[in-house]
Ligand binder design. Structure first.
Ligand code: I3P
Length: 451
C-alpha cells in the first residue's frame, strides 16, 4: 500500500532532489502570468540597483519551465527479493567494477569510505514523505535580495501560500519563491552547472535558472517551479546512471573511512541481513558502501536508473522503491503511474527521444560526470506530459580535454556514469508499458566482457 503523505509545517520543510511546488488550482491558473511577473521583477531590480551591479538573467532564463522536487525516503519495498532478481544483479549489464573492492548484498568486501557531511537521514530513513506544506505569507522581514546586490522587491501580495511535495533529496533544501518559481538551497556545483548550461543543447530540458538569491541569511538558487503548468500532477522521479556517488567520494572514503549509524539504520530497515557481521557490531556503514548497496538493491546497477519516488494526482506519495529492481517491477510501477494512458506514454517517449538527441549534441554532457541527476516525469489529466533533467548537485566537470561516452561500463578511474545506457533502458521500459507488458529483448545489454 502506498504510504500516505503527511502534512508538515514549514518548519519541517526541506527539499532536495526534486521539490514540487503545488499551488492551488487558482494559483496555478494564474501561472500564465509568471513570465510577466519575472519580467517585472527584472525590470524593478534594474530600477533599484546600479546597472553595473545587476546580474540580469537572460530572457531565456525567465521562461516558465516547471521545477519540481520529489524525495525518496521510504524503507519498505514493493515485494520481497526473488532469486531471479539476484541473478539479474549478478548477470546485470554494465556492472560497476571497483578496482579494489567488490559489492554484494552482504557487503562482504565493501569499500571503506566516509562522507564528510551527515545529512537528514533520520527523517529520510523513515520513509516519511511528503506533502510538505509551506506557508510563506505574512513574513515581517523584507524578503530577499539577489546575492549579486540586486534587491528583490517582493511585496506582501506577491507572497503566497505554497504547497510542496518532496519525494527525493535532502530535507530543508527548498523554500517558497515568487509565483512559478522555487528556491533551492545554494550549491556551488549546481550553480556552475546551470551557468554552463545557458548556451547548451540541454537548456530546453533543464529547469529555468534565474540566479542566486538570499533569504533569511541563506543563499538559494532561484529556479522555475516545474509543476506550475500542471493541474493535479502525477510525478515520478527517476535517478539516472549506474552509479550514484562520485569517484572522489570513494577516494576520500578510503582515506578516511567513517561508518555512519544513520546509514546502517536505513540499511537494516530495508534488509536486516544487509550489513555484514562487522557492520552489525559497529552499528555503522560507510557512505559508499551504503550507496553501493542501494544500487544493487534497486535497478541502478542492472538498468542504469531507479525509481526514487512517485506522487499521484490524488495526493498519495510513495518512496518505498528501494527494492524495486527487476524489469517487471519497474514496468509495473510505470504502468500504474500512467494508468494505461497510451497518449501520455507517447508524449513521454517523444520527450525522451528529444532529450536523448540533446544529450548526444550537448557539450556539457560530454564534459561532465553526471551523478545523482534525475529525470522527472510529470503529467496531468489534461494530457500535458513533460520530462525534465534535474539535480546537478553532484554533476562534476572533467579535466580539460577529457570527455565521457556515458554508455560504457564504469571502472574506477574512467568516471563513466552509464547515463545514456540507463536512458535507453528507461525508454524501453516505457515502450514495454505501452505494449502492455515486459519484453526482455528490448532491454539493452552490454556484453559480459564489457561489464
Ligand atoms: C540517500 C541517497 C542520496 C544521498 C544520501 C543518501 O540514501 O542516496 O542520494 O545523498 O547521502 O543517504 P537514501 O536514498 O537511501 O535515503 P547524496 O546524493 O547527496 O550523496 P547522505 O546521507 O550523505 O546525504
Amino acid at each position: 500500500m502506498p504510504k500516505e503523505c503527511r502534512r508538515k509545517t514549514s518548519k519541517d520543510l526541506g527539499l532536495s532532489g526534486t521539490a514540487v511546488n503545488e499551488g492551488s488550482r487558482s494559483e496555478r491558473g494564474a501561472a500564465g502570468k509568471t513570465r510577466q511577473i519575472c519580467d517585472d521583477f527584472i525590470q524593478k531590480a534594474a530600477q533599484i540597483a546600479p546597472l553595473s551591479a545587476i546580474k540580469t538573467p537572460p530572457v531565456m532564463d525567465a521562461r516558465r519551465v516547471p521545477q519540481v522536487t520529489i524525495t525518496p525516503e521510504g524503507g519498505g519495498s514493493s515485494r520481497e527479493m526473488q532469486q531471479e532478481d539476484w541473478d539479474d544483479v549478478v548477470d546485470g549489464p554494465l556492472r560497476r567494477k571497483l578496482s579494489n573492492s567488490s559489492i554484494s548484498s552482504t557487503g562482504s568486501s565493501a569499500v571503506e569510505s566516509e562522507d564528510d557531511l551527515l545529512s537528514d537521514n533520520e527523517s529520510k530513513s523513515k520513509g516519511i514523505v511528503t506533502l510538505e506544506h509551506l506557508v510563506d505569507a505574512g513574513e515581517s522581514k523584507p524578503w530577499c535580495k539577489l546575492k549579486t546586490i540586486v534587491h528583490w522587491p517582493f511585496s506582501a501580495t506577491q507572497r503566497r501560500k505554497l504547497n510542496w511535495v518532496q519525494l527525493a533529496g535532502h530535507k530543508g533544501n527548498f523554500k517558497a519563491a515568487d509565483e512559478g518559481n522555487i528556491l533551492k538551497k545554494f550549491s556551488e556545483n549546481e550553480m556552475q552547472c546551470f551557468e554552463k548550461l545557458r548556451g547548451d543543447a540541454l537548456l530546453p530540458f533543464v529547469p529555468g535558472y534565474h540566479g542566486v538569491v538570499e533569504k533569511d541569511g541563506e543563499s538559494f538558487l532561484h529556479m522555475t517551479d516545474l509543476l506550475a503548468n500542471f493541474d493535479l500532477p502525477n510525478v515520478v522521479d527517476c535517478k539516472m546512471g549506474v552509479r550514484t556517488y562520485l569517484e572522489e567520494e570513494l577516494v576520500r572514503a578510503r582515506e578516511r573511512p567513517k561508518p555512519r549509524e544513520d546509514l546502517y539504520r536505513k540499511m537494516v530497515e530495508v534488509d536486516s541481513e544487509g550489513p555484514t557481521p562487522e557492520e552489525h557490531s559497529q552499528r555503522g556503514v560507510t557512505k559508499p558502501r551504503y550507496m553501493q548497496w542501494r544500487e544493487t538493491m534497486s535497478s541502478t546497477n542492472t538498468l542504469g536508473f531507479r525509481i526514487e519516488g512517485i506522487k499521484k494526482c490524488d495526493g498519495t506519495c510513495r518512496t518505498d522503491f528501494k527494492k524495486t529492481r527487476s524489469k517487471q517491477d519497474v514496468i509495473q510501477v510505470f504502468k500504474d503511474f500512467v494508468g494505461g494512458n497510451n497518449s501520455i506514454l507517447k508524449s513521454y517517449l517523444s520527450r525522451l527521444t528529444e532529450i536523448r538527441q540533446a544529450l548526444k549534441m550537448s557539450e556539457f554532457f560530454k564534459q561532465h560526470e553526471v551523478i545523482g541527476s534525475s529525470l522527472l516525469f510529470i503529467h496531468d489529466h489534461t494530457g500535458n506530459a513533460q520530462v525534465w533533467i534535474i539535480d546537478f548537485g553532484k554533476t562534476t566537470a572533467l579535466p580539460e580535454g577529457q570527455t565521457l561516452n556515458h554508455d560504457i561500463p564504469w571502472q574506477e578511474g574512467n568516471r563513466e556514469d552509464g547515463y545514456l545506457w540507463g536512458l535507453e533502458n528507461l525508454m524501453h521500459t516505457l515502450e514495454s508499458v505501452s505494449r502492455g507488458g515486459p519484453s526482455e529483448e528490448t532491454f539493452c545489454s552490454v556484453s559480459k566482457e564489457n561489464s
